[in-house]
Design a protein around this ligand. Structure first.
Ligand SMILES: Cc1cc2nc3c(=O)[nH]c(=O)nc-3n(C[C@H](O)[C@H](O)[C@H](O)COP(=O)(O)OP(=O)(O)OC[C@H]3O[C@@H](n4cnc5c(N)ncnc54)[C@H](O)[C@@H]3O)c2cc1C
Length: 487
């Protein structure tokens, strides 16, 4: 039998994952990536001896990465070395007022107890529940393709239905009263792209991932995972062609026959797109698109982000590898992202200083800093606005941590809405895809298999299971299973 040719658009985590599964099943797989380097939103920036992850920096759910490599009789150890961070992260709530989250659950319980009497025991109960949900999520939910709702209905999930109606915000406030502790417990679901008051409490399984599975760092940064997956996919025979943007999808009788790039025509039997869903559909003739512009416009997108990659000429004190600045009103900030869709006056932000634990990411005696402000998708993006927020960040870091940094900046690079659009064809410049709200979960997310074009498939953070690196790896696996099922 003739080997079937599969073209994959994009080289993000979901595409790389799918390419490995499909090549190992005997398909002839070619990845076409528009950018010069692979990795999509997880590319790398190198400058003057500093190394920055452009996108993801939190390595959570190590079991999902391990399970991916195990499917190919490999282990993460074969490719990169992991360090469990302690503290996992530090959260500033105000001037010199911070809480550090240890890598050990008993310590975390004590931290809670010190802030609110009795909360250590309550946290144990909360995490027990989160643990049960994590097991259900991994076994019965996230690896399902979302073809129909019956995939996920069983006795265990049925008993959890009420947790899809209750929000994480409501649930957390039932366990702890202290506002700081509430913010700590609400933080992990921000990775899902929606606000805690709009996220089903079932997603508290992210708290189990946070407190029990821990926060890890691959030596060299998250890009080491991209490199590992690229090495694996090439070893399985995948061809990867960079600087090769797919400009048109060729269709005959409701079947993709191939794609066109500036360097020519690539015929295929099956097309899989790991590029943003909305963009991929614009490459099709209008009648063959499944979702209208108004469908996309009504969806709750995860935030975009304003990012800065900064080289400091000294080591910094009073901050950790991952440091969150939750010193302002989150509700007011969230309102600007999801409701008014404008810049927040004083947004919360996140900073990562990988060189605190990983000397390979900055020259000796210096520090690499990554700053991220979550913002509304499609918000106005100008050099002046970027500069305004950079100055605010620097001032706030100095005031809150008591460490002067302004005169120690060697350089800064920025990244925002316009870059997300230019680099990834991201819809409205979103950073993390489609949020995981109640009405955007499982069958209610855009489909992995096109309903209009027989041999066209999709994967990635706009599909199931959702945003984040581990879900992207899973998305690549489940779309490959679906392709095997139908072809
Ligand atoms: C700033 C930021 C911070 C994040 N932090 C974390 C974190 O700490 N932890 C975590 O787990 N997750 C994090 N995430 C989310 C995570 O990075 C993403 O969910 C994941 O990388 C998405 O992978 P993907 O395969 O869906 O898509 P992408 O990475 O977007 O890949 C899509 C690819 O398609 C390519 N493409 C688009 N159009 C075309 C075309 N026409 N032709 C050819 N190629 C095309 C793009 O160039 C891109 O390479 C973060 C994301 C961002 C942006």
């Amino acid at each position: 039998m003739e080997t079937k040719k599969i073209i994959i658009i994009g080289s993000g985590f979901s595409s790389l994952s799918a390419s490995c599964y499909l090549a190992s099943q005997g398909f002839d797989v070619t990845i076409l990536e528009k950018n010069k380097t692979v990795g999509g939103r997880a590319r790398q920036l190198k400058k003057d001896g500093f190394v920055f992850d452009i996108g993801p920096t939190f390595y959570w759910m190590p079991d999902v990465f391990e399970s991916f490599f195990k499917d190919f009789n490999k282990s993460t150890d074969d490719y990169y070395s992991l360090n469990k961070l302690n503290p996992a992260y530090q959260i500033y709530f105000g001037k010199k007022d911070s809480v550090s989250i240890s890598d050990n659950f008993e310590d975390i319980k004590q931290t809670f107890e010190n802030i609110e009497k009795g909360s250590g025991k309550k946290l144990q109960k909360f995490i027990n529940k989160a643990h049960r949900n994590y097991n259900i999520a991994i076994k019965d939910l996230v690896y399902k393709p979302g073809e129909h709702v019956f995939e996920i209905i069983n006795k265990k999930t049925f008993l959890k239905l009420y947790e899809f109606v209750l929000t994480i915000k409501n649930q957390v406030s039932g366990y702890v009263k202290n506002k700081q502790l509430q913010k700590i417990l609400e933080f992990p679901v921000l990775f899902l792209g929606a606000k805690p008051s709009n996220t089903p409490s079932f997603y508290n399984f992210m708290n189990y991932a946070d407190f029990k599975l821990g926060t890890w760092h691959p030596k060299g940064g998250m890009y080491e995972v991209v490199k590992a997956m690229t090495t694996l996919s090439k070893s399985l025979g995948v061809k990867i062609i960079t600087s090769s943007e797919v400009e048109k999808v060729e269709i005959k009788n409701n079947n993709v026959t191939g794609v066109t790039t500036h360097s020519g025509y690539f015929p295929c039997d099956i097309l899989l797109s790991g590029a943003d869903y909305h963009h991929t559909e614009t490459l099709l003739p209008k009648p063959l698109r499944q979702y209208s512009e108004s469908y996309w416009d009504k969806k709750v997108f995860a935030p975009s982000a304003l990012l800065f990659y900064v080289g400091f000429d000294k080591k910094l004190n009073n901050v950790s590898h991952h440091t969150l600045f939750f010193d302002t009103d989150f509700e007011a900030h969230a309102k600007t992202i999801y409701d008014t869709k404008e810049w927040a006056e004083k947004p919360l932000f996140y900073a990562s200083f990988p060189s605190i634990t990983d000397a390979s990411t900055a020259p000796e005696g210096q520090e690499a800093g990554i700053f991220l402000i979550p913002i509304a998708p499609d918000v106005e993006d100008t050099p002046e606005i970027r500069e305004h927020y950079f100055n605010q960040l620097v001032e706030r870091v100095e005031t809150i941590t008591g460490e002067s940094i302004k005169s120690n900046i060697l350089f800064k690079e920025s990244y925002c809405v316009n870059n997300f659009k230019d680099d990834y064809h991201s819809y409205k410049g979103n950073a993390y895809g489609l949020a995981n709200t109640l009405t955007q979960t499982h069958v209610l997310r855009p489909k992995l298999k096109s309903k209009k074009v027989d041999n066209l498939y999709f994967c990635g953070q706009l599909t199931v299971p959702g945003p984040g690196v581990p879900p992207s790896l899973i998305s690549g696996k489940i779309v490959s299973d679906l392709i095997l099922k139908y072809h």
